[in-house]
Design a protein around this ligand. Sequence first.
Ligand code: FES
Length: 82
Amino acid sequence: MVEGTPVVLANVNGDIFALEDECSHEEYPLSDGELEGEDLVCIYHGARFECATGRNKSLPAIRPVKSFAVQIQNDEIYIDLS
Ligand code: FES
């Protein structure tokens, strides 16, 4: 949770991405899902999202999830929610 917004972080080959932690299919947390390559797969019904952009890549999701810019400074992760 970042300032009231649920956020899930994904480490894809050392690159850190931040997505809103709510599937666009139904209101379940993507943080329960699994990382498969460059994608985060929702454990509930199998929708797939690109970690770098939040783009939906498979049904049943028909909309993307929000993605947030990430900066890492001095081993701390900063997320831009705007
Ligand atoms: S809640 Fe994520 S695929 Fe249905």
